[in-house]
Write a protein that binds this ligand. Structure first.
Ligand code: FAD
Length: 464
């Protein structure tokens, strides 16, 4: 009798799952295992919105396995101890896992190899499960281990052909005598955003199908349209792996029609940030490119940060996006760009402060995409124009021309018609008094001058 363990991590699906397919092909029995990792719980990374979505994913994965004669084994504790114990109990020969990207995932892999080898077992690590193209599969000529600029990466990445998507296995036989904890219920999680989406592979596929029918064709033209909400919203499914990025690239290239190129390009951004993080795990916390910033600190910075978090900066489009985050645990990409630019440049606050707030709320909150996008916007990352500053008024007028998005998320300005909603400070005093909405916490000119001065001083420090 051959037994394998499949350790699920950020790949909570049955379709196009190389570790599961390999384990099923290898023998008679498979233990599909998810470990509620004590280290992740202790790190505070399991924010309520992601915890709730995760619970949906686990319940759905278990249901899918049961339809195939199996079940999901869920355990808690140190991931290496748990895997080792389960593999020994099931007399498994091999453990299959998707290659991880973050520093934590890479360390987990190294610990697993050592622990399993000591027991005479083998860890089989599968590439291109969490990304469409494995980090390191394409590298620049000249010997660097990763691409630091998106466009050349996109060119090389586009020439890669991801594998054909794998079907979900027909049957999964789980050996007797492997105990599982209960799958925790979503309803028991406290502090979940009111408008949080539901998780799981079935929900992900339903969303993909409906978006393909009704959104994809217009994606290229409308993906920046804030009120139109015309993006796929697949990001939490990609974060938890309920949809396979390799399969999405394949479907978009081979089967989907107009809109696919722009969509595939966004999926490439995801792989791009993952390959940067895989090569530079320290970029989750340290500047990828040091700009010698002395970010603002102290009471006035703390007050600005609080206003930003609450969506009360006095800049309607910034505040609307921040309220969307609090309400849905998700924010439109254009919103993310402009609130991040506002925090790091107009307010000149450390990108780590914003990244942490996003991680506390985003259902798709993800070390690679979040930290490296924050660095991109802050100019400490891979942006080739690190000092560009987005003007929230111009951005609002351009991407929310009639103010529909702002009024959707700022009920206190709902009575202010048209594009005037982007500049409430221009109203006459009498009209202004009718709106319970703050004055701008900083002038845009003042913020811009402060940022430019700070970066200039940073450049001088860098030359010392
Ligand atoms: C400051 C900041 C923080 C961000 N934090 C995260 C995060 O924690 N998790 C996350 O998944 N994305 C993050 N993004 C990227 C992007 O905003 C989201 O992926 C996107 O808004 C998700 O919506 P969607 O699924 O409708 O995207 P779509 O436009 O439909 O794109 C399809 C998929 O492509 C990927 N993608 C799109 N844009 C990017 C991008 N710029 N970088 C990487 N992947 C991208 C996502 O997986 C997305 O689901 C961040 C962007 C910024 C500017």
């Amino acid at each position: 009798m051959t037994v394998s363990v499949v350790l699920f991590t950020s790949d909570l699906r049955l379709r196009d799952h190389p570790p599961l397919s390999a384990a099923v092909a290898a023998g008679d029995y498979v233990v599909p295992l998810f470990v509620r990792d004590a280290a992740i719980a202790a790190s505070g990374f399991a924010a309520p919105n992601r915890e709730a979505f995760l619970r949906d994913c686990l319940a759905d994965l278990d249901a899918g396995l049961r339809e195939r004669g199996g079940r999901l084994v869920v355990r808690s504790g140190d991931v290496v101890d748990v895997v080792r114990g389960i593999a020994a109990r099931a007399r498994a020969e091999e453990v299959h896992v998707a290659a991880g990207v973050s520093g934590y995932a890479q360390a987990r892999e190294r610990r697993l190899v050592r622990a399993l080898e000591a027991d005479g077992r083998r860890l089989r690590v599968h590439d291109a499960v969490i990304t469409a193209v494995a980090p390191g599969a394409v590298t620049p000529s000249g010997g660097s281990d990763h691409f630091a600029v998106f466009t050349p990466y996109f060119t090389r990445w586009s020439a890669e052909r991801p594998r054909r998507p794998l079907r979900a296995p027909r049957a999964v036989r789980v050996p007797e005598g492997v105990p599982s904890g209960r799958i925790p219920r979503r309803e028991a999680v406290r502090g979940v955003a009111e408008g949080l989406a539901g998780g799981g592979e079935k929900a992900g596929r339903a969303l993909l199908l409906s978006w393909r029918r009704s959104g994809l064709a217009d994606y290229a033209a409308h993906h920046d349209d804030l009120p139109g909400d015309a993006t796929s919203r697949l990001s939490p499914h990609l974060h938890f792996g309920t949809l396979s990025p390799a399969e999405l690239v394949h479907l978009a290239r081979e089967k989907y029609g107009p809109g696919s190129d722009a969509f595939v390009r966004q999926l490439c951004w995801r792989d791009f940030h993952h390959q940067v993080l895989a090569a530079r795990p320290e970029a989750s916390a340290a500047d990828y490119r040091e700009r010698h910033d002395h970010w603002r600190e102290g009471t006035s910075a703390a007050r600005d940060i609080q206003a930003w978090k609450e969506g009360r900066t006095g800049y309607p489009v910034v505040d609307a996006a921040m309220r969307q985050l609090l309400h849905e645990g998700w924010m439109h990409n254009r919103g993310r760009l402009l609130v991040a630019s506002f925090l790091t440049k107009t307010l000149y606050v450390d990108w780590r402060v914003g990244a942490q707030h996003f991680l506390e709320h985003l259902v798709d909150g993800d070390i690679a995409n979040n930290q490296l996008n924050w660095q991109w916007v802050a100019g400490t990352g891979t942006d080739t124009r690190p000092n560009r500053v987005l003007n929230p008024v111009l951005q609002g007028r351009r991407y929310d021309p009639d103010g529909v998005y702002v009024r959707r998320w700022l009920p206190e300005l709902a009575g202010l018609a048209g594009r005037r909603v982007h500049e409430p400070w221009k109203l006459g005093a009498a009209e202004r008094a009718g709106y319970d909405y703050p004055e701008p916490i900083v002038g845009l000119g003042e913020g811009l001058a402060r940022f430019k001065g700070a970066r200039e001083r940073g450049r001088e420090r860098g030359r010392d």
